[in-house]
Design a protein around this ligand. Structure first.
Ligand code: ZN
Length: 243
């Protein structure tokens, strides 16, 4: 069965709805959500409702999700992100805390793949994999052939044999069974690779390939909601630039 992989929704419900239209087209499929359902955006409640309604799902805990549950985690955030998390906590009023605790895992690991929000070496530290050096450290420290991660908001594949590879939307990237891969599907709700479209990925185990997809959504409406909610305007502006 195909696996629908997405990450870093960050409370952006219009981006999530656009991505879920594609999800329904390939359904039945599995869902791997790589973390950060909330933070930055104006619709944490609606995003969690939609994510938790999906069958055959695995949910990874992101640093923003964790911060909703654990006060001490919020101290590491920059000022604007801290403001957004406080707003999110006030908006959710604990409604999803039980579901978070029950469903969100720091890592998922099975015969097929490993998954974490940031580096899987110490998943609770949420370290970024931003460079070949970081990727090499992960390849050395962990045993996997496929590892899915989010957190950087930049879609990319690191190969063990041959460094990083950019993915072309819509074009399957074939995985060599003898190689190893760290794969990031980019971000649904706060892309940071210069492309403002929502990003997600489909993994086809039968073809042993991943395909990146991008889809457009109503950025203007989503940005207006961020400003109207009184959240830092920077989070709305970033939606337009995708950076
Ligand atoms: Zn994130």
């Amino acid at each position: 069965m195909k696996m629908f992989i997405c990450s870093d929704v960050h409370g952006n419900v219009r981006a999530l709805d656009a991505v879920l239209t594609a999800y329904r087209e390939i359904s039945p499929c599995r869902l791997l959500f790589l973390g950060d359902a909330v933070g930055y955006g104006a619709h944490p409640d609606a995003c969690l409702d939609r994510l938790f309604a999906l069958p055959r799902s695995s949910y990874i805990m992101g640093n923003h999700d964790w911060a909703v549950l654990d006060l001490s985690e919020r101290e590491h955030f920059r000022r604007e992100a801290f403001t957004a998390i406080k707003w999110t906590v006030n908006t959710l009023r604990g409604k999803y805390n039980d579901l978070f605790v029950r469903n969100f895992k720091m890592t998922v690991e099975n015969r097929e793949f490993k998954a974490a929000h940031g580096s899987p070496v110490h998943p609770e530290k949420f370290s970024y994999i931003f460079s070949v050096l970081h990727a090499e450290e992960v390849f050395r420290a962990c045993d996997f052939s496929l590892c899915f991660v989010g957190h950087t908001h930049v879609p990319l594949v690191y190969t063990y044999s041959n460094g990083p590879k950019n993915l072309e939307p819509g074009k399957p990237f074939t995985l060599d069974p003898s190689d190893r891969y760290i794969i990031n599907p980019g971000s649904v709700g706060q892309p940071r690779d210069g492309d403002n479209r929502a990003s997600f990925m489909i993994f086809s185990p039968d073809e042993r390939a991943v395909t990146l997809h991008r889809c457009e959504y109503d950025i203007e409406a989503e940005a207006n909601d961020i400003v109207e909610a009184g959240l830092p305007e920077w989070f709305a502006e970033r939606l337009f630039s995708g950076g």
